[in-house]
Design a binder for this molecule. Structure first.
Ligand code: NAP
Length: 431
């Protein structure tokens, strides 16, 4: 039997992990595939695996253009430049592509899938979401027989690690982030992770598969974890909640709403106890019911294993459409409007003057929002004092109106910080 000939572009964490799997005599990869060529920027660089026996290319697009390469594996990263150019080159000539590049797929997934369909190539990306956790395959399978109404996950291990460490060690966001950078858990430029953009890339991919829509990154509402303070974590804990960065897409009345934002989760919520750098995904679907997937969302071994599983799917003829169905069947879903209802956590910093609490209560009451609790804050010795409250269930649009009105008060000394409060249940609130 002829083996599929593979070229790998990118020999960093994941690329080296994949080379090691090819070098492992017990790996199933070599039964039906053969690694023949590699590409990276610096040929002289010492790597954790021997690549000297493979053909070398400085330019990944040149590797992608080789007519004897059946499968081009892109492990460079980034939504433009060498990654995009080389993937386009491979797909355009009908070579299959396996990639772990969520940014590329979130921004250009539809165009790449279109090229693949035109030339008969396959485009697979299990490792792009959830690292070693087979979220993409699971969703494709479940979407084939069930109708999803919501997918929600912890999709960024760096954020989850930081929030977990803040809670367990009582250290600030800045202190934990700096330690994570020293340990190599966080990038030198952490903005893609802590700003919520990486989770948004992954959510874009999952939402497209779950709801049969075209990837639509532009419409993800994104908020990162930079404003989550130790005070928020402590007060949430006193109330029985844990703060997590949640990436969630839900379908209601034909419209898809996607957001990434920190949220308070009740301790019995299926995502509340996913700690450290783990990733998790919860799918609400009928008739299958709620499904939960948890595991290691990054790292050499888990991520390379997901790439390898795509390669074996290709070799064994199991690869389907990139987003689970032909591009022509993917709808352009109308953007969700903020029709959701939920409970909210609101932190304010206000001038220490009489009547402030009454003014805030008044703005909430004007939007028919009832306060569930005012939370006691630690002693503060500046000219401003923090006020924290939670609301009863209300429409998000009304909450947004109330927060805008509160922000306009001259006693407010810092932009209000709002987080939704999520409870477990057969179905969660759509907040
Ligand atoms: N790391 C993870 O745990 C993980 C998990 C899930 C998904 N991913 C995704 O997997 C992909 C790879 O991630 P990674 O962590 O392995 O990245 P990485 O360690 O930064 O490695 C990137 C590799 O790409 C090569 N490269 C960069 N620009 C190039 C260019 N212009 N031409 C040729 N080669 C180039 C680099 O070459 P040199 O080595 O010569 O500099 C390096 O070998 C990304 O899309 C990432 O988002 C990573």
């Amino acid at each position: 039997m002829t083996k599929l000939r593979v070229g790998i572009a990118g020999l960093g964490t994941v690329g080296v992990g994949l080379v090691k799997l090819f070098a492992d005599p017990n790996s199933r990869l070599n039964e039906k595939l053969e690694l023949v060529a590699v590409s990276a920027r610096d040929r002289a660089k010492r790597r954790g695996a021997d690549v000297s026996t493979y053909r070398w290319f400085d330019d990944p697009a040149e590797l992608a253009a080789q007519s004897d390469i059946d499968v081009f594996v892109e492990l460079i990263g980034g939504s433009a430049g060498a990654a995009k150019a080389s993937v386009e080159t491979a797909l355009s000539r009908g070579a299959h592509v396996v990639t772990a590049n969520k940014a590329l797929l979130a921004l250009h997934g539809a165009a790449l899938a279109e090229t693949a369909e035109r030339t008969g190539a396959k485009l697979l990306f299990e490792a792009a979401v959830g690292g070693g956790v087979p979220m993409v395959k699971a969703l494709k399978e479940s979407a084939a027989g069930s109708r999803a109404s919501a997918v929600a996950g912890i999709l960024n291990g760096t954020c989850n690690y930081i929030l977990t460490e803040m809670e367990s060690s009582g250290r600030s966001f800045e202190a934990v982030l700096s330690e994570a950078q020293q340990l190599g858990y966080a990038e030198a430029d952490p903005s893609t992770d802590v700003g919520g953009f990486d989770a948004a890339h992954k959510l874009t991919i999952l939402s497209a598969i779950a709801f049969g829509t075209r990837p639509d990154y532009e419409h993800v509402r994104i908020e990162g974890i930079e404003r989550v303070s130790l005070t928020d974590i402590r007060l949430a804990g006193k109330l029985g909640y844990r703060i997590k960065l949640i990436a969630k897409a839900s379908l209601a009345d034909g419209a898809v709403e996607m957001h990434v934002r920190p949220a308070l989760l009740a301790y019995d919520h299926p995502l509340a106890n996913v700690g450290g750098s783990l990733n998790a995904l919860v799918v609400d679907a009928e008739p299958s019911g709620q499904l939960t997937f948890i595991g290691r969302g990054a790292g050499e071994g888990p991520t390379a294993a997901s790439v390898a599983s795509d390669l074996i799917d290709l070799a064994e003829g199991r690869a389907g459409f990139a987003f689970g169905r032909p591009l022509s069947q993917l709808a352009t879903a109308p953007r969700g409007t903020p029709s959701e209802r939920g409970r909210y956590y609101l932190r304010l910093l206000v001038a220490d003057r009489p009547g402030v609490v009454a003014a805030i209560s008044d703005r909430l009451a004007h939007e028919d929002i009832s306060i569930e609790s005012f939370l006691q804050m630690p002693v503060h010795d500046g000219p401003s004092v923090p006020i924290v409250l939670t609301t009863q269930t209300c429409a998000r649009a009304k909450m947004e109106n109330a927060v805008a009105a509160i922000e306009a008060l001259d006693v407010i000394t810092e932009a209000p910080f709002v987080m939704p409060v999520e409870h477990a249940g057969p179905r969660w609130s759509r907040s």
